[in-house]
Design a protein around this ligand. Structure first.
Ligand SMILES: C[S@@+](CC[C@H](N)C(=O)[O-])C[C@H]1O[C@@H](n2cnc3c(N)ncnc32)[C@H](O)[C@@H]1O
Length: 345
């Protein structure tokens, strides 16, 4: 019990540290180039962003015409530092609107911004008023509030493209959205997101840290993803399957507590198995809902973790190949029709 509490405290400390991870321009560019057509005539909202330092705002303002944007709104939380290297705080949160008009500053100063009455928390009524006016929310929100952040987007029926931790997939609420096809993974994940800019006071240690050529302190946690409900072409591409189940059954042990087989790597999903298969969560990065259906997450029929021979090191998503299922059904109908014809003759 005590150990659990310690883990939780550590987890919280880790989460609130990553609340101050700032996104690099190159990572934004690498992801957003896959959604270009989605932004045409749209109002974009970056609701955890100081327009003077946010690379999300920088990216959208710099590509305003190219993307055909209507407007960008950024809203900034009260506790936001003036810049990464300055500890001075403002009285309240603030927001800034940019519509690409001549004279508007891409990088605004204090005279151009509009102060909120409150702290500019994304959950505040002032920020929600803005949320209701926009088309797409794009940002890297505070990780420690990720569940609440996504729940709010769902509540207000927003389109979104946001950064989160890979673990977020395992949150009940987030997995539910993925399972219901209301959210899915974007293009880049893990090392596909090269790292975040961290404040001066963030201790740099380990191999995943460094300083870039602009002097920014960078941490590369290699455990983040993009979560979205904007369509991508990747979502409609089939995973190429090359492995065969029948004849290689020993490579695919069955679970003790679920009628299904275990598959250790997405690339090892057999092309000829029509039943339920447990695959690692990274499968979701390649998931095409026309090819596979998600059945369940992690638990067997007894609602305990999936196990094989009493051991349960498996954190799996249970899926089924829809194409085989469809073919089986088609063949069954064809055979049935043939049978009826023979009997009629
Ligand atoms: C992970 S950082 C990312 C900042 C920026 N979106 C980016 O990608 O560079 C999350 C930001 O959200 C701010 N923040 C923390 N709590 C917030 C809240 N309740 N409402 C709005 N913003 C918040 C943090 O101060 C931090 O600037």
């Amino acid at each position: 019990m005590a150990r659990k509490a310690t883990n939780k405290t550590l987890q919280r400390a880790k989460e609130s540290k990553s609340d101050e991870f700032y996104t690099q321009y190159s990572d934004i560019e690498r992801e957003l180039k896959h959604y270009k057509d989605e932004f045409k005539d749209k109002v974009i909202f970056c609701n955890c962003d100081d327009p003077r330092i946010s690379n999300f705002f920088n990216y959208f303002a710099s590509n305003f015409k190219k993307l055909g944007l209507k407007k960008i709104i950024t809203a900034c939380y009260r506790k936001q530092k003036k810049d990464l290297f300055n500890t001075e705080e403002f009285e309240s949160g603030f927001f800034y609107e940019y519509s690409g008009v001549k004279g508007e500053k891409i990088r605004p100063n204090l005279d151009d911004i509009i102060q909120f009455k409150g702290d500019g928390d994304f959950r505040s009524s002032e920020s929600i008023q803005l949320l209701k006016q926009v088309d797409i929310v794009v940002t890297n929100p505070p990780f420690s509030l990720f569940r609440e952040y996504v729940a709010q987007l769902v509540k207000y029926d927003n389109k979104f493209l946001i950064i989160g931790n890979i673990n977020a997939i395992t949150y009940k609420e987030i997995f539910k959205l993925i399972n219901e096809n209301k959210a899915w993974l974007g293009i880049n994940l893990g090392r596909g997101i090269s790292g975040f800019i961290v404040p001066e006071n963030y201790e740099l240690y380990g191999t995943e840290t460094g300083i870039d050529n602009l002097g920014n302190r960078i941490v590369s946690p290699n455990n983040c993803l993009w979560l979205t409900n904007l369509d991508t072409s990747k979502r409609h591409e089939d995973i190429t399957l090359t492995k065969i189940y029948y004849g290689n059954e020993r490579d695919y042990p069955r679970y003790d507590n679920y009628d299904g087989i275990n598959v250790n790597k997405t690339k090892d999903i057999p092309l000829d198995y029509s039943g339920v298969m447990g695959v690692p969560i990274t499968f979701l990065h390649k998931f095409n809902p026309e090819q596979f259906e998600i059945i369940k997450f992690r638990k067997g029929d007894d609602e305990k973790d999936l196990s094989i021979n009493g051991k349960c090191p498996y954190f799996r998503i249970l899926i089924r190949n829809k194409r085989i299922q469809d073919n089986l059904e088609k063949n069954f109908i064809l055979n049935f029709q043939k049978l009826v014809q023979i009997q009629e003759v």
